[in-house]
Design a protein around this ligand. Structure first.
Ligand SMILES: Cc1cc2nc3c(=O)[nH]c(=O)nc-3n(C[C@H](O)[C@H](O)[C@H](O)COP(=O)(O)O)c2cc1C
Length: 365
């Protein structure tokens, strides 16, 4: 079995190690465009040694943003600021991917540090929030409009167009966001999807949108580049989306040309009781990997080098994604390498801070 610092090859892309930066919304964009903050946020983790940087949830339409400050890829002007991030990460040996997203009924909210309530139009919010059914996320959220057939076709097109732009920006991985209670997850879960047409009801119908998006994006995304899907393996709520359905969908997504399932959970039911603890979502990555026969990423409260290494060495996942721990320590991979006795190359500029005898040096531009 490989270990944390062994490279991972998916299609024609090789990550230098099995550590990725999980997508993290920064709520810091104007007009959906990345700026210096995003460059430094992603760039510092590339310098810190991750193999993969996944740029935050990036909306495929303006209405699909969680907040007015989300990144977007619905127009061509949004491409170059992302390309700048890709070039910088490349110079430091990290592959850059992007998470494409639509917030559905969870759209148009204030930033978390402003309380996260519905954003009024006077603050840049919007009222035409879309979902599978007219069921709000909570009482405090807007009541969404149920998408009609043309609207659903428009969503598939928007993901596909955004994927083309992601390629133009030089991205080498796309992750489709079908987790955390956002639009595609809303279609998957019977708790948010009450449709009676071919997009609701049966498992086949509820999974139709995700599969259509996956197939359509795969058709424009180069054969040699990998495509991920992030799923919430369970709603942690009786009668909701669950692990057996996640395994079955993962099998189908593999047939659709998806290369890796990023196994998260929750987000579709407010107040769900989630048993948070170290590595609490790793069993999902392990089960999907084993039963669906597809590569997986483990995410969620992975903070220790030995813990991350064990997840890879025991074959429970192919990749670990870290979020908050990389905010605390952008150089986590370099520190983890030191702890695990692995000679990860440091940036030349920082060599004087590296452990004694560190070779080889990773050269800057
Ligand atoms: C600031 C912040 C922003 C996040 N934004 C996203 C996002 O854009 N897309 C997503 O799928 N998950 C998002 N998440 C969830 C993380 O990617 C990750 O799944 C979660 O934090 C658990 O990992 P951790 O315990 O390592 O933080 C976010 C988390 C944080 C802390």
């Amino acid at each position: 079995m490989p270990s944390l610092f062994d490279p991972l090859t998916l299609r024609g892309v090789t990550l230098r190690n099995r550590i990725g930066m999980s997508p993290m919304c920064q709520y810091s964009a104007t007009g959906g465009q990345a700026n210096n903050w995003h460059l430094v946020h992603c760039g510092s983790r590339a310098v810190g040694g991750v193999g993969l940087v996944v740029v935050e949830a990036t909306a495929v339409t303006p209405q699909g943003r969680i907040s007015p400050y989300d990144l977007g890829l619905w127009n061509d002007a949004q491409v170059e600021p992302l390309a700048r991030i890709v070039r910088f990460a490349d110079e430091h040996g990290a592959v850059t991917g992007i998470q494409l997203a639509h917030a559905g009924r969870k759209a148009s909210t204030r930033r978390p540090w402003e309380g996260g309530a519905t954003a009024p139009v006077t603050e840049g919010g919007w009222e035409d929030v879309m979902a599978p059914s007219a069921v709000p996320f909570t009482d405090g959220h807007l009541v969404p409009q149920a998408l009609d057939r043309a609207g659903i076709a428009g969503i598939v097109r928007a993901f596909t167009d955004a994927a083309r732009r992601a390629r133009a920006a030089g991205m080498r991985v796309i992750e489709l966001h079908a987790a955390h209670g956002y639009l595609m997850h809303q279609f998957l879960s019977p708790l948010s999807n009450q449709r009676t047409d071919e997009y609701g009801g049966s498992f086949e119908n509820r999974t139709r949108l995700v599969r259509e998006v996956a197939q359509s994006v795969r058709a424009v995304w180069p054969e040699k580049l990998p495509l991920f899907v992030r799923l919430s393996a369970t709603d942690w709520t009786e009668g909701g989306w669950d692990v057996p359905q996640t395994v079955e969908l993962s099998r189908l997504l593999k047939e659709d040309g998806i290369d890796l399932i990023d196994c998260s959970s929750g987000g579709n039911v407010s107040g769900a009781r989630i048993p948070f603890g170290p590595g609490y979502q790793v069993p999902f990555a392990e089960q999907v990997r084993r039963e669906a026969g597809i590569a997986t990423a483990a995410v969620g409260l992975i903070t220790e080098a030995a813990q991350a290494d064990e997840i890879i060495k025991s074959g429970r996942a192919d990749l670990v994604l870290l979020a908050r721990e990389l905010l605390r320590d952008p150089h986590w991979p370099l520190h983890a390498a030191q702890q695990l006795g692995h000679g990860e190359p440091w940036p030349a500029q920082y060599l004087r801070a590296a452990p004694k005898g560190t070779v080889p040096v990773r050269k800057g531009p």
